[in-house]
Design a binder for this molecule. Structure first.
Ligand code: ADP
Length: 499
């Protein structure tokens, strides 16, 4: 099922790269050091473009612009309906540039162009519109004090926000973070992932065209330990929203604690279980399980990387899974027939292959896949291990690739215990027709999202966030807006009592 044997790049549609500089205070500028870095096409390993490499001093400039825009600029002071109008225009501009934005994420991240065009990019415009719709509905409560006081809460924008973005969904993650912050009236500095800087700069350009005032949205491309760390340590950033690995999340939280105790929210990935019960439709369940791990080449934090199948249908599910994995089409992500593109970069590619070696060495059975594909580029076969134990690295760690760990279980109690036996708690899936089983399992699993008879069902109104080491603080939904708002209590005597 692979298109990948030989020359993988079937159709080269590299768009002209228009934006390669930092976006600070409404202008595209070089980095202060003048340094640049290469961004690579994972289909080939070739350089796409050189991008301005921002560092601590560029972050500082961007924070100054954001601070000024927050303290003195119009954005936080506009009526919510006015911010909404500008955000709607921003969304329209995204719709008008869907193909180009999708193509940028395809060459930068290896994502499927068909998916970007039909789903991911239209969806980010929808995210902007969702939060635009909330921008004029931000209000507090009237409180009942025990004495003769009138009290109410105000929800005020939290201030200057730092957004640190991962590379797996460059557009989705960016808009998931900036849209609610814009609606709240915050100003912000964005640090895109160094692997995927292209689309973020394009969105900055569209934001300016839409009329977002200078300094409100700044984008500083560069590396994590320099530009990223400068965001988390900055004394004048009020909140940092991070999505990425637990290792870096820990550093961000530590840096926040050691600098100005800025508000932190972390979304740190997972090792999400999918539990398939005996009463499931075998074919549909096998498809759900495969898609759950190979979708976006496994580079998705909620991937169903641990699959537990009840013993009655285990053998049938295994058979179907192997058939489906072998038929899954890996190749050039611009090709509409292809279902899985290359991993984002050489480092991730090698990391995934190392985990596959661990799996073999630890004694799990390799059912299918396990090898790289193609002469160049970072393609990996859909890979399934069975007979895993929760102590094995392939079952404990987030691999972030198309590698499934599959196991058999007997009872619902066993399934719940094994599913919860993880330091992560981001998502979980349940496949059953039995409502009692579905209810019991969804209440027993400590994870932020539970999908029953579906997987990857996201919507703007549905918050996503983690339990345990998957982090804290949700994105999307109104929860995702509230994290960019401070609650202030205002109290006054009802009668003008003389003190
Ligand atoms: P990965 O290891 O899979 O690339 P990371 O968690 O390292 O994922 O990356 C997520 C984001 O965090 C990227 O934008 C990256 O540049 C940034 N980052 C990496 N290291 C740091 C750091 N020390 N401080 C702040 N941000 C960082």
């Amino acid at each position: 099922g692979s298109h990948c044997d030989d020359s993988i790049v079937s159709s080269v549609k590299i768009p002209t790269i228009k934006f390669t500089k930092l976006f600070i205070n409404g202008e595209f500028v070089d980095s202060i050091s003048g340094k640049t870095f290469e961004t690579i096409d994972p289909r080939t390993g070739d350089v796409i473009a050189r991008i301005a490499e921002g560092d601590e001093e560029d972050i500082d400039l961007a924070v100054k612009a954001a601070r000024d825009a927050f303290d003195h600029g119009p954005w936080p002071r506009l009526p919510g309906s006015e911010r909404a109008r500008i955000m709607m225009k921003f969304a329209d501009l995204i719709d008008q540039n869907v193909e180009e934005l999708a193509a940028l994420d395809t060459i930068d991240a290896g994502k499927l162009f068909s998916m970007g065009k039909a789903v991911d990019i239209p969806q980010v415009a929808a995210t902007l519109r969702y939060y635009a719709g909330a921008a004029d509905k931000i209000h507090g409560d009237v409180l009942k004090m025990s004495r003769e006081f009138h009290a109410y809460t105000l929800r005020e924008p939290i201030g200057v926000v730092g957004h640190i973005i991962p590379w797996n969904y460059p557009s989705t993650m960016l808009l998931m973070k900036i849209s609610p912050a814009l609606a709240a009236g915050c100003t912000m500095v964005v640090k895109p992932a160094e692997q995927t800087p292209l689309s973020a700069l394009y969105y900055a350009h569209l934001a300016k065209l839409a009329g977002i005032p200078n300094g409100v949205l700044n984008v500083v491309t560069g590396f994590g330990p320099t530009a990223g760390a400068a965001v988390s340590t900055h004394m004048d950033i009020d909140a940092v929203s991070f999505t990425g690995s637990p290792e870096v999340g820990r550093k961000v939280m530590k840096a926040a604690a050691e600098s100005n105790l800025k508000v932190v929210s972390l979304e740190l990935g997972g090792k999400s279980p999918l539990i398939i019960f005996d009463d499931a439709d075998v074919d549909a369940a096998a498809q759900l399980a495969l898609t759950g791990i190979v979708y976006n080449k496994g580079e998705i934090c909620v991937a169903s990387s641990r699959v537990y199948v009840q013993e009655g249908i285990y053998d049938e599910v295994v058979k179907k899974l192997v058939e489906k994995a072998k038929a899954w089409v890996v190749g050039d992500p611009f090709d509409p027939e292809v279902q899985q593109g290359p991993q984002v970069d050489k480092k991730q590619f090698e990391r995934i292959l190392t985990y596959i070696e661990h799996g073999k060495r630890e004694g799990a059975t390799l059912l299918t896949g396990g090898k790289p594909l193609g002469r160049k580029g970072y393609y990996i076969e859909p890979t399934i291990f069975t007979d895993f134990k929760e102590e094995m690295l392939i079952a404990k760690d987030e691999i972030f690739g198309p590698v499934m760990a599959l196991a058999k279980f007997k009872t619902i109690e066993e399934a719940i215990a094994r599913a919860n036996n993880s330091r992560y708690g981001l998502a979980a899936g349940i496949v059953t027709k039995d409502l009692n089983v579905a209810n019991t399992v969804s209440r027993s699993i400590r994870a932020g999202t539970i999908w029953i008879n579906c997987y990857f069902a996201f919507d703007n109104d549905c918050p996503v966030g983690g339990y345990k080491m998957s982090g804290f603080g949700s994105d999307l939904g109104l929860e995702g807006l509230y994290k960019y708002l401070h609650v202030k209590s205002v109290v006054t005597p009802i009668y003008n009592t003389p003190w």
